[in-house]
Design a protein around this ligand. Sequence first.
Ligand SMILES: Cc1cc2nc3c(=O)[nH]c(=O)nc-3n(C[C@H](O)[C@H](O)[C@H](O)COP(=O)(O)OP(=O)(O)OC[C@H]3O[C@@H](n4cnc5c(N)ncnc54)[C@H](O)[C@@H]3O)c2cc1C
Length: 577
Amino acid sequence: MVHVHKFDTVIVGGGGAGLYAALEASKKCKTAVVSKLYPQRSHTGAAQGGIAAALGNLEEDHPDWHAYDTVKGGDYLTDQKAAQVLAEDAVKVVYDLEHRGLAFSRLENGKIAQRRFGGHTNNFGKGPVRRACYAADRTGHMILQTLFQQCVENNVEFFNEFFAMDIIMDGNRAKGVSCYEIRTGDVHVFYAKAIMFATGGYGRVFMVTSNALSGTGDGPALVAKAGLPIQDMEFYQFHPTGIYRMGVLITEGVRGEGGILKNRHGTPFMEEYAPTLLDLAPRDMVSRAISEELLKGNGIRGDKKINDYVHLDARHLGRKLIESRLPDICEFCETYLGIDPSEHPIPVQPTAHYAMGGIPTDIDGRVHDGKRVIEGLYAAGECACVSVHGANRLGTNSLLELVVFGRRTGKHIADYVQGVDSPSGDASGADTVISRISSLRNKKTSKPIGPILQKMKQTMMEQVGVYRTESEMEQAIQTVKSLRDEMGGVVLQDSSSNFNTEVQSYFEAENLLLVAHSIAVSAKNRQESRGAHARSDFPERNDDEWLKHSLVRMKGEIDISYSSVDVSRWEPKPRTY
Ligand SMILES: Cc1cc2nc3c(=O)[nH]c(=O)nc-3n(C[C@H](O)[C@H](O)[C@H](O)COP(=O)(O)OP(=O)(O)OC[C@H]3O[C@@H](n4cnc5c(N)ncnc54)[C@H](O)[C@@H]3O)c2cc1C
């Protein structure tokens, strides 16, 4: 059955970015949020450590210092005006969240508490600064709850457990989105003057990841399937401290509070790699430092293999501090490892964590193709590429990006829809989705999805991970291509309509494979090392040839083009910490 809905704006995704946009848009227009999860279960709720804002509550700090750190942290691929907007809006947005009832941790004097995080410095790189505002180690959870309550108050209409599958385009204008209702199997078409994607990340492309199961890159994949380019896909961040083998995140907040990485000899090895910022150097550097220690045989097992681990030692911080400022970390250590972090070091390895690349947008969330804006199409949050994070994101800048650019996008949409007509459309907008689902149901051969995904994750982890080489990436491209072909042979085991999650899993797998393919292709194309993209065969950054964003089109013949980086404020320099 097909249902048709009409709104001023439809926002796909109920995480931090989607909800902040919905909150702003709903002040002026009829707003719907469609989400494959209940919004409160979005990955934003898992964010632990904090949100950056130069409030200066404990020591001198300025948005300008924050913008500079963001640019340098991004290895100069960051668009500098966007970074300035991020840092300047940060202060307003954090106070706005506070006034909406977000229960931040406090200092004795009642001000919002702040702690250190990697790459955040005072005075343009002189030393670490306390810039991360936090609510214990549940900052994302608090943001999500606060925004959700406010959206309910503003009469935002929620369509929960609706899975977006297709963008409906009319020439250069986006006019709708088709969704599969997980509960009934019905198809819903939403027509709106503005469509926004806020679908989060795609860590599930890799074997070891901190990301929720829902992080399948649906937004970038749908945009790519519509024939539009996606930007800087080669830049994927590995967070240094995932729980060994599981990838569950141990927040950088542990190091922010004074935790130290140590190798099998008990040596705090970051002294060798980042003499000034030590354990609080940016994540790409710390992940590479860990990988190098492992390859030298300094991992805890000492077998010179990249899948070994190191220790994150927080014992010296004492139980009282750990329990009060990092309560969830205590619980994770107990649940997943059976250890108490005030008595035992935590076994960690780099874990796939954050997508710097995604749907290209300007600072108001408008999607573009490198040359022109796509009418009525918006994106914000982890699925978007503004680009504030460049080649490597700093910790606590993502929650910030959600609220800063979610808010800006919502405001822009609220004004934009006042001046345009509602698009026309009927149930035929669902045709593409209906035919995709029915062709899946009518197949004769039988192949399960599981092994295909397993092979993709392993390939991406081993061949397009922390370190990359031409030949390995080429192998990865071939493997992913053949896995995409294999998807044609998959048949569903479940033929029911109600809660047929297999249908959703199939299309999520298709999206993951498209995203994996785009990462591998873009990574092989970029012949330099920058930020999170570290090539053993091209170890240096090469500004002469590669100070540019890459835009890859995945529909039909794969095509890569480039757009310039805004370096209007700070001249690119070598990165030392
Ligand atoms: C464990 C962990 C800890 C983190 N800690 C921090 C931190 O301390 N500080 C920081 O700054 N950053 C942190 N990050 C990063 C940050 O949390 C994420 O980048 C951010 O939450 C992403 O938010 P989002 O709004 O873009 O998407 P999400 O919160 O992931 O929400 C995505 C939404 O899109 C919906 N959706 C997706 N696909 C579809 C579809 N096809 N149809 C319909 N709906 C769809 C989902 O239902 C969901 O509502 C952390 C990340 C992780 C994984």
